[in-house]
Write a protein that binds this ligand. Structure first.
Ligand code: SF4
Length: 310
């Protein structure tokens, strides 16, 4: 359990790190002019300071005379916001852990065992068994037109799980989530915060593609969600990131707008849930890349703080 002294130390460490990054003048902006330089082995702290051109494909706008001052102000504001977000969320995690044991997080999951009791190999085997069961699932109408089920991919022992909405055309053909253009963008987002696809776990609410990529329907979500709950219970992530409105609405049982959901961390038991835009939405609305960049930097900082390494 995290004591208040531990929390104070985490907050102080994070604050010192944010101040150091600011003083070093690292570019954290989507519209920074220079290309990103990715170290061969980026540490989390270095990775968080990388220029965000990785996320931006559109040309940089003309630089206004006071652009540098505006950027500095924005980054200072973000640093304070990030620091407060991490401090408040870590404190809430400590309270939730004191109130409810982790094994109860996904009470509807019928997990085969508490995550802490499973080794990495056992998690991998349990997920493989679950995936095999999903392959033959006909619980809802989406079974009729799928090419194949799309269970999930990544580290079975991941600290961060990304949850999207449903497979698209490419995912349906390849059997892996986030492999089309949106998947490529997600890979770039991960890279920008010092993560590789294989470092995290990626899955969707639905395991079969809705026709014409329509929105999931309520009965489909109801039938399929237990699979996701079991995935999460087996993996036992430190942080969950919902990609898009549908994932957030399903996991958090809310109808709040995405912009409202992005304002703070949410909780499934003692596991914090961060909400950001779906990469496919970023392809349609590039102006959402900047807020997404802020979201994923907060996610990474929170993860580091919860691992006690911030
Ligand atoms: S979407 Fe889920 S519940 Fe529906 S058939 Fe596919 S795996 Fe089964």
């Amino acid at each position: 359990m995290t004591s208040s002294d531990d929390l104070d130390r985490l907050a102080a460490d994070l604050g010192a790190w944010v101040r150091q990054q600011r003083e070093l003048g690292h570019e954290w902006y989507l519209d920074a002019g220079e290309p990103a330089v990715v170290p061969a082995d980026p540490s989390p702290r270095t990775a968080l300071a990388l220029p965000a051109r990785l996320l931006a494909r559109e040309p940089s706008p003309p630089v206004a005379p006071n652009a540098d001052a505006d950027k500095a102000t924005r980054e200072a504001d973000f640093a304070r916001e990030c620091e407060a977000f991490v401090r408040d969320t870590v404190a809430r995690v400590a309270r939730e852990r004191a109130a409810a044991p982790q094994a109860d997080i996904f009470s509807a999951a019928a997990a085969p065992a508490a995550p802490a009791s499973l080794s990495r190999d056992e998690k991998m085997a349990t997920l493989a068994d679950l995936a095999a069961g999903v392959t033959s699932c006909v619980r809802c109408r989406l079974a009729e037109k799928r090419t194949q089920t799309v269970f999930g991919v990544g580290d079975p022992d991941a600290g961060i799980v990304f949850v999207g909405e449903a497979p698209g055309r490419e995912e349906d053909l390849q059997g892996e989530p986030f492999v089309g253009r949106a998947g490529q963008l997600l890979n770039e987002i991960l890279k920008a915060i010092g993560l590789r696809r294989e470092d995290v776990y990626i899955c969707n609410i639905l395991k079969c593609r809705p026709p014409e990529n329509r929105d999931p329907e309520a009965d489909e979500v109801e039938q399929c969600e237990p699979y996701l709950k079991r995935q999460l219970a087996v993996i036992g992530p430190t942080v969950i990131c919902c990609l898009g409105r549908h994932a957030a609405h399903t996991l958090l049982r809310t109808n709040a707008s995405l912009s409202a959901l992005r304002e703070r961390a949410h909780f499934l038991g003692d596991v914090p849930v961060v909400v950001t835009y779906h990469p496919a939405a970023l392809l349609r609305n590039p102006h959402w890349k900047r807020p997404t960049w802020d979201d994923v930097r907060k996610l990474r900082a929170l993860y580091e703080a919860l691992r006690g390494k911030a």
